[in-house]
Design a protein around this ligand. Structure first.
Ligand code: COA
Length: 201
């Protein structure tokens, strides 16, 4: 399973001046707050950690529908090479994370334990026609169609309990999908499902 999250640092809601110390206390662990304080760019570090939590939550929620998004329960550690982990205290599950960033945005994808990191396909792109949800779906379909040897018109993104599901010719596709949008940008990440899950889906 895969999850992803995107932060548009140019968006107003990413402006760290609008956040109170209470936000950090509620959302981040002691170690995460220490890493924000110690960083040369604390605002960026805050959003890296946040994106790691959201990406891991999206995987956790697929593994267990009872998971609630309690950010402080996903303890994120990032290294200097753009990878890291999110650990959940409740289940002890460790989600591996990969971070990609530019001057104005951050993307993190997370995978479930045992999943193959080399098999993840992800991309980001701009919001088109003012519709982030649709833009994310169109981006995913455009990039994934050739990999599934399908025409774009044969793919569709549905929702099951708010979680996106990729359909190919009217049946669930063999790829697990995650979508994200923020500000002017959208992203997706996809990962082949193990054969057993694909046929049971
Ligand atoms: C998943 C969630 C954290 C993402 O929030 P966000 O940063 O606002 O949105 P993003 O753009 O990163 O992601 C949105 C996409 O994630 C997907 N998504 C939504 N809920 C999801 C879930 N529970 N698991 C996996 N993916 C989910 C959807 O594809 C959605 O896009 P769409 O609405 O266009 O279909 C948030 O929507 C959510 O479900 N919060 C949890 C609520 C909760 O548990 N509350 C309990 C009290 S703490």
């Amino acid at each position: 399973m895969v999850g992803n999250d995107l932060v548009d640092l140019a968006d107003r809601d990413a402006d760290s001046r609008t956040f109170s110390a209470r936000f950090d206390l509620r959302v981040f662990t002691d170690a995460e707050r220490a890493s924000i304080r110690a960083h040369t760019d604390p605002a960026r570090q805050r959003w890296r950690l946040w994106a790691g939590k959201e990406a891991a939550y999206k995987v956790a929620r697929k593994l267990d529908a009872r998971t609630v998004f309690a950010p402080s329960r996903f303890a994120v550690e990032l290294d200097q090479r753009g990878s890291g982990v999110a650990r959940t205290g409740r289940t002890g599950t460790v989600y591996r994370l990969w971070l990609t960033e530019t001057a104005s945005r951050i993307h993190v994808h997370a995978i479930s334990p045992g999943a193959d990191p080399a098999a993840v396909v992800w991309a980001w792109g701009p919001v088109r026609a003012g519709d982030p949800s649709r833009s994310a779906r169109e981006l995913a379909i455009r990039v994934l169609a050739p990999r599934l040897r399908a025409a774009a018109g044969e793919l569709e993104v549905g929702r099951a309990d708010r979680i996106p599901v990729l359909w190919l010719r009217g049946a669930p596709a063999s790829l697990d999908l995650s979508l994200s949008h923020h500000g002017g940008w959208v992203a997706f990440a996809a990962l082949p499902r193990p054969c057993r899950q694909a046929s049971a889906a």
